[in-house]
Design a protein around this ligand. Structure first.
Ligand code: UGA
Length: 424
């Protein structure tokens, strides 16, 4: 099949690369010429395990990138993979969705006699595909839905594992009012094994939000139980291991810690809250999920202060800046509110992350960024572990460099006796 993927971010780029790797002819359209040049030179603009190898195999053969939408002319399907960043009230900003829909429609309007499917992969509030994408495409193309089909096909990729997740999906959700359009979307996945679920368009949109909200709820739930366990002197990891052995619960996303970050969970739960409120519903549980997540990282600083006394002029090492391991992404990382609280209290922060120091430098230019854990720990009065980088699990003698060995973990990763966990 011939596919145009609009948006070369991590969903668009990984989807495009993986579809090309299964034999389709794919063009990525992105407004950023630098990104386009990088893709065409087989250089991934983001780090994703396995992506470089796929670009090497496919670029110049059946994958290319462009700043223009012309490839829509001979494509069977266009996939909208643009960002939906949060607006000030937490609701999803759909301006890039509208722009992509109009641009795709304009090109479809210039072609004759070819049925085209427009599929939305971006995370969008229920109703967006039918009430925004469809009217924008139809208006700019001056065609009808006899000529163009509309599909919502959400993505469930984890950053860092996106290629693996794409090739090994738990499910492929295809939402559409049109069977013809849904069948064409299904053909995209002929090279990938995964159960296909056909739904209404709005249900597909809601499945994406609900999946992320449920996973976020599992984490905040585990954190709340962890906070209770800490007071009771119980190991929350033993508790959650026993709880997760119940097949109805499953062992995943029960790791208590400093809370969830990243570009998806905080944004998507907030968007769902905002959507519910706009319909007159007070989403009590989802609000609590966000509340627990806001307060959780601050507990790191509370525990630290209890151990060290006032933080003014104390040197505090923060190990881990990325929102999770194996990424340089710091979006909504729990280390951001922690560093903010430390600086407010007058602490001197020395920070280290294997990949994310350069990105964090833009947020907090005044922090001392170190090139190793040892450098950050040298003469420190306390240490906070914020990201589950595997290299931190090997730290041991390095802690002897500290002035005083106060080590608080926001991620369960160390094996030394002196560590104190945020909720263990
Ligand atoms: C998440 C979902 O896992 C994907 O299925 C989804 O497609 C993606 O959002 C998205 O909507 O695009 P991602 O943000 O890459 O993926 O990261 P996760 O691996 O899910 O981790 C999110 C946060 O939760 C991290 O800060 C992580 O440290 C934290 N977490 C995760 C916990 O605190 N405890 C856990 O048990 C698991």
């Amino acid at each position: 099949m011939r596919i145009t993927v609009v948006g070369g971010g991590y969903v668009g780029l990984v989807s495009a690369a993986c579809f090309a790797d299964t034999g389709h002819f794919v063009t990525i359209v992105d407004t950023d010429p630098v990104k386009v040049d990088m893709i065409n030179s087989k250089k991934p603009p983001i780090y994703e395990k396995g992506l470089l190898d796929i670009l090497k195999r496919t670029v110049g053969k059946n994958l290319s990138a462009s700043t223009e939408y012309e490839s829509v002319t001979d494509s069977d399907i266009s996939l909208i993979c643009v960002g939906t960043p949060p607006g000030e009230d937490g609701s999803a900003n759909l301006e890039y969705i509208r722009a992509a829909a109009s641009s795709i429609g304009t090109i479809i309007g210039k072609t004759t006699g070819r049925y085209h499917v427009v599929a939305v992969k971006s995370t969008v509030p229920p109703g967006t595909t039918e009430n925004i994408v469809k009217p924008y495409v139809l208006k700019s193309s001056k065609k009808t839905d006899d000529d163009i089909g509309f599909v919502m096909n959400p993505e469930f990729l984890r950053e860092g594992l996106a290629v693996y997740d794409f090739m090994n999906p738990d499910r492929i959700v295809i939402g559409s009012k049109s069977r013809k359009a849904a069948d064409i979307a299904e053909k995209l996945y002929s090279g990938i094994k995964g159960e296909i679920l056909h739904t209404e368009t709005t249900a597909a949109e809601m499945i994406k939000y609900t999946s992320n909200a449920f996973l976020a709820t599992k984490i905040s739930f585990s954190n709340e139980i962890g906070n209770i366990c800490k007071i009771l002197g119980i190991d929350v990891y033993d508790v959650m291991k026993g709880v997760g052995m119940d097949h109805r619960i499953s062992p995943f996303f029960l790791n208590a810690g400093a809370g969830f970050g990243g570009s998806c969970f905080p944004k998507d739960v907030s968007a769902l809250v905002s959507l519910a409120k706009s319909k007159g519903i007070n989403p009590v549980l989802l609000n609590s999920v966000l509340d627990v997540n806001e307060n959780q990282p601050l507990k790191m600083v509370e525990i630290l202060e209890k151990r060290t006394g006032p933080l003014k002029n104390k040197k505090i090492a923060v190990l881990g800046l990325a929102f999770k391991d194996n990424t340089d992404d710091i979006r909504d990382s729990r280390s951001i509110p922690v560093i903010c609280a430390l600086l407010k209290k007058g602490a001197q922060v020395s920070a280290y992350d294997p990949m994310a120091t350069n990105t964090m430098r833009k947020v907090y230019p005044d922090v001392e960024y170190c090139s190793s854990s040892s450098d950050a720990l040298c003469d420190a009065d306390g240490c906070l572990i914020m990201t589950e980088w595997p290299e931190f699990s090997e730290l041991n003698d390095e802690f002897n460099l500290m002035k005083s060995k106060v080590i608080i973990e926001g991620r369960r990763i160390l094996s030394i006796n002196e560590r104190e966990g945020i909720c263990w």
